[in-house]
Design a protein around this ligand. Structure first.
Ligand code: HEM
Length: 407
């Protein structure tokens, strides 16, 4: 509750907890709904004792995510760290996700040709082929089987390998290292998988410098790195970002999307009756699951007055997409999983200059993978009841590590 003294940042006591753990693995924590109802901005205490701001309404989230006075620079000592593992982002190799303009745009533009809507649409036949192979793999595993390793991970993993030029024969190595990186509890646990991935990408760049290599990494190594327009450290950082972001999040959406559909048989019946609803269905799934609901951390570089509060220069601002995606002002009855609501204004891919580079790709992969799964396995069901699935820790991309399905 805010007193008069709370306006313009005078009131310093924390009024909310962040990040909150999920109780249901496929939707944001229920506790955020009350915060969204109370106010758009809340004071939170971060794990290191620093105070920051939590933004829980869609309008303010979008206004702040597109405000150039907020910085994504993780090397700033005031960048908000939401947990002990958050400290690891400081020592991450540089990549444009942690940069501000003009550097951010400069380096992001080097990767854009591989992710335009036209280029991604051109991948449709190949993604369909890859998804069909993954369905064959799941079928060959025999009922019951783990959907995560046999279907949800292989599709985005093979697709991002082909875009980047990473040999898919190495997939077990980097999928395992990425998983350990994402699940690490602290800086100490992050160190080993990060070092393994960096060494791997470093040697891949050596290969690309020796002979022409297809894909984005080979192109950036042969052109920008050779011409001195991109440092080797930055190329490794960008490759790491794309490799990990390129398969973890989408794999998680395929897994959680499957659970949500099995838990909402009426909606699943709509998909079965008309595959044409897939694009709307995918948008609603992205809103509902909000897998990156701790993304959107920033630090203020100037005082910002918003919604009767003053965010002071140097303060951390957390703009998670979970609460914004369940803001009833934009999404009436947000708990309803409703594929007819027109959810495209969700913030699941963030907003502003850092809005997800891979969103066209992720959308297409989901639009192909989910309908295909239910076509190939019409009797698909969960072996473990959804209520017994354990959500991920609060401070990371939301996912479940194993989903045993039968058919
Ligand atoms: C359903 C899947 C995905 C979700 C939910 C998701 C979510 C997000 C979010 C919320 C951000 C913004 C982070 C911020 O503002 O700090 C982001 C940025 C980013 N995503 Fe994704 N993402 C997905 C798939 C992908 C894929 C397939 C790629 C592959 C290339 C990718 C690459 C990136 C990159 C490079 C950025 C940083 C963009 C920048 O800073 O300019 N993502 N993503």
């Amino acid at each position: 509750m805010f007193s008069i003294g709370s306006t313009l940042g005078v009131h310093m006591e924390p009024t909310a907890a962040f990040p909150q753990p999920r109780t249901c693995p496929y939707r944001p924590p229920f506790g955020y709904a009350e915060l969204t109802e109370q106010a758009p901005l809340h004071r939170v205490e971060l794990h290191d004792g620093k105070l920051g701001w939590l933004v829980t309404r869609h309008t303010e989230a979008r206004a702040l995510l597109s405000d150039s006075r907020l910085s994504a620079d993780r090397t700033n000592p005031n960048f908000p760290l939401i947990s002990a593992r958050g400290a690891a982002v400081r020592s991450q190799p540089p990549a444009f996700i942690g940069m501000d303009e003009p550097e951010h745009g400069h380096y992001r533009r080097m990767t854009i040709p591989d992710f335009t809507a036209k280029r991604i649409n051109g991948l449709r036949p190949r993604i369909e082929e890859i998804a069909t192979q993954a369905a064959d793999q799941l079928n060959a595993a025999g009922s019951p089987a783990d959907l995560v390793v046999n279907y949800a991970v292989p599709i985005p993993s093979l697709v991002i390998c082909e875009i980047l030029g990473v040999p898919y024969s190495d997939h077990e190595f980097f999928e395992d290292a990425s998983r350990r990186l994402m699940r690490a509890a602290d800086e100490h646990e992050v160190a080993a998988p990060r070092a393994e991935l960096l060494a791997y990408l470093d040697s891949l760049i050596d290969t690309a410098l020796q002979r022409p290599m297809p894909g984005l990494i080979g192109r950036l190594a042969g052109d920008q790195l050779t011409r001195g327009e991109l440092s080797r450290e930055l190329l490794i950082g960008i490759a790491l970002l794309l490799l990990v972001a390129g398969h973890e999040t989408t794999a998680s959406m395929i897994t959680l999307g499957t659970v949500i559909l099995l838990e909402h048989p009426d909606r699943l019946a709509e998909l079965r009756a008309d595959r044409g609803v897939a694009p709307d269905l995918v948008e609603e799934l992205l809103r509902y699951a909000s897998v990156a609901d701790t993304a959107g951390a920033r630090v203020a570089t100037a005082d910002i007055d918003i919604a009767g509060q003053r965010i002071r220069a140097g303060e951390g601002v957390l703009i998670p997409n979970g609460p914004a995606n369940f803001d009833p002002a934009l999404f009436p009855d947000p708990d309803e999983f409703d594929i007819r609501r027109g959810s495209r204004n969700h913030n699941a891919f963030g907003y502003g200059v850092h809005q997800c580079l891979g969103q066209n790709l992720a959308r297409l992969e989901l639009q192909i993978a989910l309908p295909l799964l239910f076509e190939r396995f019409p009797t698909l069901r969960l072996e473990t009841p959804a209520s017994q699935l354990r959500p991920a820790r609060a401070d990371t991309i939301q996912s479940i590590d194993e989903l045993i399905v039968a058919w």
